[in-house]
Design a protein around this ligand. Structure first.
Ligand code: ADP
Length: 403
């Protein structure tokens, strides 16, 4: 087979491979293109050069499953040295028996196939397309490999989002439907009035969900530009506390603001950081029993290159790994409410995540507030995390840069 023919076979493979999207369909089998009279010599170096132009891994394997050739992307995917891999069997490099079986099948009937493999313990998803070609008079299998881990994760996130949104909408919609049906039967006016109140409540819940979803999608698509400027954290926190105070007073919850006057201004979008604080305070009130206490405080942090931090009071502070160094403010919102079980702590910033739905059913909420807060804080270069003990309360921490 001459090189142009070989390249066109390879390109046809790649194009076919890329065209399938995430749904894997088997196509009719047009492959096994074998020219009638192939030239005797194959210019392997040119083949190797051509395969470097492909942004997918490429392996050429013979009938004994030995690797005749691989490109640089394949070396990277399988973390093997190019020259060391030549001559080894495909299973020792790909470390997956499905790939080995694929080579057997395609070698046997020359029908091209796709498989999606997840090599054990690697947490990766690879899509492998195989086709047989005739190379210098012997049949070989060409494997095109793509790492689709990220694509897979995105697809899963999209499916989860649709499932979560429909799940969250189903309950209030079912309730509105029931209320409408009951109203149609002409209940006494006081009952009708109460039902209309319940309908308004359910419609509010649906509106909140749609608004927060819209907000999240705006933020995630980068359409929310932060208006950064020096701002007093004390003033921002004070405004948020004033807005939450009526709800807190209804539950006789004490609100405290502990931010010293000498905390320097932070470089923030104060409207957005106010939104983060309001969200944390809203949760603090929601998940704290009557008569509890919630506090907002802030300290200045000096963070070194290894994410070690010391507060202005001299106390060491444990930060999430990889925090940027420099001078930061650490803001904390704490409550003495129901707390968060240890197993849920790492997940509550995920969209729609709620600890024990039964526990939160009556408190409303979409499970999106903390996901929005996380985006906003990270948009400032900061981090947000929580420490909590079930039954004893929670402290939400976030960092913002000083001006
Ligand atoms: P929601 O709209 O449900 O409050 P969030 O994203 O703001 O959504 O919070 C996610 C979940 O985290 C809540 O449903 C709750 O289970 C838990 N949570 C958040 N803040 C607190 C808190 N201060 N105390 C206890 N649990 C909390």
């Amino acid at each position: 087979m001459d090189v142009p023919v070989l390249i066109s076979v390879v390109l046809a493979l790649v194009v076919g491979f890329m065209g399938g999207g995430i749904v894997f369909r088997r196509r009719a089998a047009p492959v096994a293109v074998v020219p009638a009279s192939p030239p005797a010599t194959v210019d392997i170096p040119t083949l190797y050069q051509a395969s470097e132009a492909i942004d997918a891994g490429l392996l050429v394997v013979d009938a004994d499953h030995q690797i005749l050739h691989l490109n640089r992307v394949a070396s990277g995917i399988f973390e093997v040295d190019h020259t060391e891999a030549i001559g080894r069997t495909v299973i020792t490099v790909a470390r997956d028996h499905q790939v080995d079986a694929l080579v057997d099948d395609v070698m046997h009937d020359a029908e091209p196939r796709d498989v999606v493999v997840q090599p054990p313990l690697e947490g990766r998803t690879l899509r492998v397309r195989a086709a047989a070609i005739d190379l210098a008079g012997r049949r070989v299998v060409v494997l095109i490999i793509r790492d689709i881990t990220q694509l897979n994760a995105l697809e899963r996130a999209r499916r989860d989002l649709v499932a979560n949104v429909s799940h969250e909408l189903r309950t209030p919609l079912a309730s509105v439907k029931l209320l409408v049906e009951t109203l149609q039967s002409g209940p006494p006016p006081p009952v009708a009035e109460r039902m209309l109140g319940q309908m308004a409540h359910e419609v509010d819940a649906i509106t909140q969900l749609v608004d927060e979803l819209h907000e999240l999608s705006q933020i995630e698509s980068g359409r929310v530009a932060l208006q950064l400027g020096p701002a007093s954290l004390r003033a921002t926190a004070h405004r948020a506390l004033e807005r939450i105070r009526p709800q807190a007073e209804r539950k006789h919850i004490r609100c405290m603001l502990i931010i010293a006057d000498d905390v320097p201004p932070a470089l923030i979008d104060d409207g957005r950081i106010g939104q983060v604080l309001l969200n944390l305070l809203h949760n603090a009130v929601k998940f704290t029993a009557e008569g509890g206490t919630i506090r907002v405080s802030a300290v200045v942090l000096t963070i070194d290159q290894r994410s070690r931090a010391v507060g202005s009071d001299g106390a060491a502070v444990t930060l999430p790994a990889g925090h940027q160094s420099g001078a930061w403010a650490l803001v904390m919102v704490d409550d003495d409410g129901i707390g968060i079980p240890e197993r849920d702590v790492s997940r509550i910033f995920e969209r729609f995540y709620k600890v024990d739905r039964a526990r939160t059913r009556n408190s409303g909420g979409t499970g999106l507030g903390l996901a929005i807060a996380k985006h906003l804080v990270e948009g400032h270069g900061g981090r947000i995390w929580v420490t909590s003990r079930e039954g004893a309360g929670s402290t939400f921490h976030f960092t913002v840069p000083l001006a």
